[in-house]
Design a protein around this ligand. Sequence first.
Ligand code: SDX
Length: 429
Amino acid sequence: MSSETGTLTFGGKTTEFPVKQGTIGPAVMDIGKLYASTGAFTYDPGFMSTAACESKITYIDGDKGVLLYRGYPIDQLAEHGDFLETCYLLLFGELPTAAQKADFDYRVTRHTMVHEQMARFFQGFRRDAHPMSVMVASVGALSAFYHDSTDISDPSQRLIASMRMIAKLPTLAAMAYKYTIGQPFVYPKNDLDYTSNFLRMCYAVPCEDYKVNPVISRALDRIFILHADHEQNASTSTVRLAGSSGANPFACIAAGVACLWGPAHGGANEAALKMLEEIGTVDNIPAFVQRAKDKNDHTRLMGFGHRVYKNYDPRARIMQRTCHEVLTELGIKDDPLLDVAMELERIALSDDYFISKKLYPNVDFYSGITLKAMGFPTSMFTVLFAVARTVGWIAQWKEMIEDPGQKIGRPRQLYIGSPERDYPPIGKR
Ligand code: SDX
C-alpha cells in the first residue's frame, strides 16, 4: 500500500481512496468503496483506466515497448528458451531447472492424446467449418471427458486440468485442420518435442513418413512463446470473468478461445493477411492507407495499433525477424505479400496520422506471412494463437482462483433506458 491517497469530491463530499503501488508500472487507486461512499459508479467501458486485478505474471510498458513474463524480457525468452520452458515459467513463476524441465516436458508429452471419442465429436461439423468454431466447441467439450479434473477447489485437479489443456490444444488444433482438409487425424508421437509433434500432426499423412524441418519447428516454437501471455487482454479478461463464477477450467478456456476469435484481437492475424492480399501490390498501398485514415471508412490497418503499446510491439520485431528466417529457409525469395507488408509499414510509420495516434505494427502484422509460408491456411492463424495463449489463460485463471480475495466479477452500468412505466393492454399500444 502506498502512503499516498487519491481524493474525489462528488455531491459536495470529498472521499479519500487508498493507493496501491506495484513492483513497476502505474499505481492504482482502490475505489472499491466509491459506490458505498458516494452513490456513484466509475464509468470506463473499454477499461482504458481500470485495473481489474493484481497479477505477478506479465508486465507490459506500452510507451517503452517492453514485455516481461515473470520479469524476464520476451526477447531473451524467445532467443534462449523453448515454449514449454515459457509454459513452466508462466505457470509456476520461476524458470525450471534442467530436472524440472525434463519432468515437465515428459508430463505434458504424455497428455497430448485426446479421448478417442473426441474424434467422433468432430464428425458433427461441416468440412468447411471455420477451425476456430471447432476449437471453441472441442475445448469446451473437454470438460465432458475429464470430469476428474473439474473440481477447481482441488489444487491437484487444477494442475492436471492445466497440463491437459497445454498438452491437448495442439492435438485438437491439428485435428481441426485435418478435418477441414479431409485427411485422417494423426496421433501425437512421444519422441517429438511439443512443436515438432504439432507440425507432424498437421502435415503427416499415413502414406509416407513426415520429417519435421527443425528450423521451421524452432520458428513456430518461438512464435508460440511470443503469443503465450499478454496481461489483461480481452480474452484473458474473459477467462478470468468466466472463472470467477467457478466454471470449470475447460469451459473458461473455451470462453477465451471464443473471445480471441474477434478481428480486433486474435483474429487480426487472419485479417492482416487478408488485408495484404486485398492490397495486392505496393502501388495500391497509398489508396488503402488513405481509406484507413478516413473517419467515414471503417477500414483499418489490421496488425497495426494496440490498446497498450504506443511504441513498437516488441513481439512484432521478433516476428519480423522470424518471418525472414522462415522465408529464407523455405527458399521463398521475393514474397509479394512481404514486399507489401514492409512497404506498408514504412509508409504508415512515416505518416502523420499513424505517428500522431501512435499506431505501430503489432504481433499480428508479420505472423500471417510467416504462418502462410509454413503452409497453414489463413483460417488456422488464430487457432495457432489460441494454442499458444492457452498457457497464459490458464496461468491467469490459476492466479485468480488461488487469490484468497477473489470474488465473482459483476460490473454495474449507467442505465439510460426507460423510467418505470405500466403495462398497456395490446389494444392500447
Ligand atoms: C491483439 O490487448 C492485447 O494485449 C491484445 C494482444 C494480445 O497479445 O492479447 O496484443 C493481441 O489483439 C493485438 C491487436 C490486434 N488487432 C489489430 O491489429 C486490429 C487493428 N487494430 C485496431 O482495431 C486497434 O488498434 C486496437 C483494437 C488494437 C486497439 O484499439 P483501441 O485501443 O480501442 O484504440 P481505438 O480503436 O480507440 O483507436 C484509437 C484511434 C482511433 O482514431 P480516433 O477515433 O481517435 O480518431 O486510432 C485509430 C482509431 O480509428 N486506429 C486505427 C487503427 N487502430 C486504431 N486507424 C487505422 N488503423 C488501425 N489499425
